[in-house]
Design a protein around this ligand. Sequence first.
Ligand SMILES: [Fe+2]
Ligand SMILES: [Fe+2]
Length: 237
Amino acid sequence: MTDDNTPITRVLDGANDMLTDRRSFMSGAAKLGVGGALLSMTGIGSAAAQDDDTEEVTDIDILNYALTLEHLEAEYYTQALDHFSERDFESFGSPGMMTFDTNLPRYETYQNYEKIRDHEIAHVETLTQVIEDLGGTPVEAAEYDFPYNDIHEFVDLSATIEDVGVSAYAGAAPMIQNSDLLSAALSIHSVEARHASYIRLQRDGGSPPFEGQEGAFDPARTMDEVIAIASQFIVSD
Ligand SMILES: [Fe+2]
Ligand SMILES: [Fe+2]
């Protein structure tokens, strides 16, 4: 069974230009209403968006788009690990206890979220450095409001945020012109997928991470779709 919205399906249908056309990326940005704060943070200007015959999305624009999401992820885990204790992750009824029936993986749950947080911080630092090296201006972190009240809601939201990251890289990567940057983006993409797998395991109480999503190909998300989700958590830029 395949998902009709995957890039591979679009290729087979001869309709892949929706995700690979750089102008589509720009015009999608121009249509934003709800994602205005995020759009301004990405540094993608509205003037360029209004004149997409002459302006083109650059690799720096796409890297800033990725950096916007990485800032969000890094701050998300930093806040959560300040807010929740090891006990919240591992005690009776916790995601760690519900997922792992042996002690070692259960009692490493908090530490594994620390590793995920550190990956996100490394993504922020590396993307920032690459954008500067290319002569661009890296976007700054915003202020965020993440809607969870307990550890289970946090795990649910983590799965959503990681899935958004995975699909965002899949949607944006085909528009990157520099092959070295594409390789770098793909090296982040697979790490985000690993985060998503670990967190889904906990969200679903130990069921395989592909439970309920059995297709051999994943959908990609356009910039519009990503921003509509991510902007819910951004309260200021
Ligand atoms: Fe990341
Ligand atoms: Fe991640």
